[in-house]
Design a protein around this ligand. Structure first.
Ligand code: SF4
Length: 430
């Protein structure tokens, strides 16, 4: 009787892509994938360590897996496992702690008979490199995430990711194009390119390449109807990419740009290599070229030493810019990062207060952006099942729209947007 396995994933699109690839490997090896709540024979917890909160969520998932089935063999992987293997190894029920690079060796580890616990996280340090995991389809996704790059060499002072993901490395150019073509062959209407530091794509390849060249090649050499870009650093968005987004009917008019702060002095302490003026001009340039573009930004609230004035500078810049949504991160002290050693760590209540202010600003901007599309017909890719008689789809410009009518996850449909509600935009199927 085949063994059952459950996979629980925290964190970014790259981690989700890797979990889907692990699932495909295990399914291919004869395992039966079951929901986490069923207490599987084997449980893979793909952790995240971007904040103290995700660390806690990762530990809770491991403990829950154990409570669901005392016999479960628990495999812990992901960024938390990479940077804190010892802390996780000690949690009862953990059979293996493997690093991010070791994810591709999971089947080999499972095949090896072993009594004792396994801890293997040195692949990154040995720079075995590459982005080894690939997959042909997602079981529960109507849009396909495709990892094109891994790792980061930027070392922003607050960020633990370079320590968890290693140096930047890219999937070979032609291989990415082939993988997109395979996903088109599997029936996907949308591919989302993801990476840890996607703007660094191609710098490590021989011959060198770039994200912009890759996007143009995917558009030229594949039939993918919708190509969406994951997060790109502000100083890595090229004019050519903006121009192509302005004229293309396949590159989705949506950019996600980590801003992190609108204060030059804070950006300096964050070791970010642009200033508020640059960010301001970049967003206005994109907006002039692609007037309906959705621009989402990441912003950190409460960075060490952030004064009232510095916070106001961030708030005012966001308030002024034509942004469509915000991802607000309350600063989280990450042991091992330079920011964690900075003197003026702010009080938790102040951090939460500033994060709340930014979130409500973000909600107001998201509503203002969404309301611009009431009365318009939007093309959606249907996501997930029916809820209370409503289906939901995602537009090219990253708007969620609910509608009634017959459609399956993954379908491309056209909906006339009729109203903005607290649950988001609603409309009727054309
Ligand atoms: S660019 Fe900065 S924030 Fe992004 S992963 Fe790299 S170090 Fe972290």
């Amino acid at each position: 009787m085949s063994q059952t396995v459950a996979i629980a994933t925290l964190g970014c699109k790259t981690n989700q892509f890797e979990s889907a690839a692990i699932e495909e490997q295990l399914r291919g090896a004869g395992y039966t994938i079951v929901p986490f709540e069923e207490g599987a024979d084997l449980v893979v917890v793909n952790t995240c360590t971007v904040t103290a909160r995700t660390d806690a969520q990762s530990r809770n998932l491991i403990r829950r897996a154990r409570r669901l089935n005392l016999q479960s063999r628990i495999i812990v992987t992901g960024c938390y496992a990479q940077v804190e293997p010892e802390a996780l190894r000690r949690i009862p029920g953990v059979a293996m702690v493997i690093g991010n690079d070791e994810k591709k060796d999971l089947l080999r580890y499972l095949a090896e008979e072993r009594e004792r616990q396994l801890v293997a996280t040195d692949g990154l340090a040995r720079g075995r490199g590459g982005v080894a995991l690939s997959l042909t389809s997602f079981t529960d996704r109507s849009r396909a995430f495709l990892q094109i790059q891994n790792g980061c060499d930027a070392f922003c002072s607050y960020c633990i990711i370079p320590y968890a993901r290693g140096s930047s490395r890219s999937v070979p150019f032609d291989e990415v194009v082939e993988r997109v073509e395979r996903l088109v062959g599997s029936g996907y209407h949308e591919v989302v390119l993801t990476g840890i530091h996607m703007g660094a794509y191609g710098l490590d390849l021989d011959p060198k390449s770039s994200l912009t060249e890759l996007v143009l090649a995917i558009e030229e050499r594949t039939e993918i109807p919708r190509l969406r870009l994951g997060s790109i650093e502000p100083n890595e968005i090229t004019d050519r990419l903006i121009e192509r987004m302005a004229t293309s009917d396949r590159i989705c008019p949506h950019l996600h740009i980590p801003m992190q702060s609108g204060s030059d002095s804070v950006l300096k302490r964050m070791n970010r290599h642009y200033d508020a003026g640059f960010f301001h001009r970049l967003v206005e340039k994109i907006h002039r070229s692609v007037p309906e573009v959705a621009i989402g930004v990441d912003v950190i609230a409460g960075f060490p030493g952030e004064t009232e004035e510095e916070f106001d500078q961030t708030w005012r810049l966001i308030d002024h810019l034509p942004l469509s949504h915000l991802h607000v991160f309350p600063y989280s002290r990450r042991p091992g990062t330079p920011a964690a050693e900075m003197a003026e760590q702010l009080d938790g209540a102040l951090i939460r207060e500033r994060a709340a202010k930014l979130r409500s600003l973000g909600e107001a901007k998201a509503r203002r952006y969404a309301e611009r599309f009431v009365g318009r017909v939007l093309e959606l890719v249907v996501e997930g099942g029916e809820e209370d008689g409503w289906r939901r789809g995602l537009s090219r410009n990253y708007l969620g729209v609910q509608f009634r009518g017959e459609a399956e996850p993954g379908d491309r449909v056209w909906v006339r947007v009729e109203e903005w509600t607290a649950a988001g935009l609603r409309g009727s199927l054309m």
